[in-house]
Design a protein around this ligand. Structure first.
Ligand SMILES: N=CN[C@@H](CCC(=O)O)C(=O)O
Ligand SMILES: [Mn+2]
Ligand SMILES: [Mn+2]
Length: 318
């Protein structure tokens, strides 16, 4: 065997990079999943984007978000604290090539299995388009009592299913219609003008969904909105799942979303919302969806997703 490994300075491809002995990379906290039962976080990729109503390469997002986690350090200077958490990477769920319903069933089954076998691990699901939230929350809810959801989104995602089946425009309609979550247990934050229709706003009102538009976000501090949402859900549900559709952000912060537009949230507000939610014990799961890395600029949107994960892990209580 030609043992090149003995040659000084010759390293494995991709590993001949600068290393500072005093810096720990966030990626070093992430371990392969090997059925541990400890408390911690488990990253699961759900690379489905054939269900998107507009062109989407969100199937590539789990891999790109993982790469971004390798780029940052574990040190949070604002808190003067190093993140010290168990994060497992369970890998990606294999999607069916042509059968979207089959792919969604696989997502539900995996979420159910993971949360059943490892009830102390908090799932962080990386989409994929937003259609993955229906099966993800369905699987997650199987082992929980009453589940509520806080959805960050420019859109209601309450579209009818007749016009296109279970797409990225329908996950919350499906969750409400299947009874997995009740309308009064759903809080939507960041809805924007010209991105929705009256019919779906009416549907949301009729079903008791709490809606905070961008006007609410602009006029009230995000802290107040989150505080109010949690106080409201605490009275009604046992567990809260956060669903982050990255198109809730202004196009300036999230160029890698299929449905970009102006007048959205700042990355600062979204990260602050995540910090506040993470510090609530009842928050038990999260997904991040709608990033198409093929549309992105310097992986800005995936970097922000990585920061959402890092702030969530840093601030998580319970
Ligand atoms: N989660 C996204 N929902 C959007 C989809 C936008 C798009 O893919 O173009 C919606 O229903 O309008
Ligand atoms: Mn959206
Ligand atoms: Mn959405």
């Amino acid at each position: 065997m030609n043992n090149l490994s003995n040659i000084p300075y010759l390293k494995k491809a991709g590993q001949a990079t600068f290393n500072d002995r005093h810096v720990k990379k966030f990626g070093e906290l992430i371990h392969d999943w090997c059925c541990q039962k400890e408390k911690g976080f488990v990253i699961i990729g759900a690379p489905l984007s054939k269900s998107s109503i507009s062109h989407s390469g969100a199937t590539f997002a789990p891999g790109v978000i993982r790469q971004q986690l390798q780029a940052y350090s574990t040190y949070a200077i604002e808190e003067e604290r190093d993140v010290d958490a168990y994060i497992y990477d369970a890998g990606d769920i294999e999607m069916h090539v042509t059968n979207i319903l089959e792919s969604q069933t696989r997502i539900a089954n995996v979420l159910e299995e993971v949360t059943k076998k490892h009830p102390n691990c908090i799932p962080i699901v990386l989409g994929g388009d937003h259609s993955i939230s229906y099966p993800s929350i369905t699987g997650f809810a199987k082992t929980k009592k009453t589940v509520g959801a806080i959805q960050f989104d420019a859109h209601h995602d309450l579209r009818n299913l007749e016009d296109g089946g279970p797409s990225n425009g329908t996950p919350f309609r499906s969750l409400l219609e299947s009874g997995v979550i009740k309308g009064e247990h759903l809080v939507q934050i960041g809805l924007r003008n010209f991105s929705n229709s009256k019919a779906y706003h009416d549907y949301a009102k009729e079903h008791g969904v709490t809606v905070y538009t961008m006007k609410d976000v602009r006029e009230r501090k995000i802290d107040n909105i989150i505080e109010e949402s949690i106080a409201y859900l605490k009275e009604k549900v046992d567990t809260v799942y956060i669903s982050v559709d990255m198109d809730v952000l202004d196009q300036a912060f999230a160029p890698g979303c299929p449905a970009i537009g102006p007048g959205g949230m700042t990355s600062d507000d979204l990260l602050q919302a995540i910090r506040l939610l993470a510090s609530e014990q009842m928050v038990g799961g999260m997904d991040i969806v709608e990033i198409d890395p093929t549309l992105d600029f310097r992986n800005m949107t995936s970097r922000l997703a990585a920061h959402i994960i890092m702030e969530f892990v840093l601030h998580k209580k319970g």
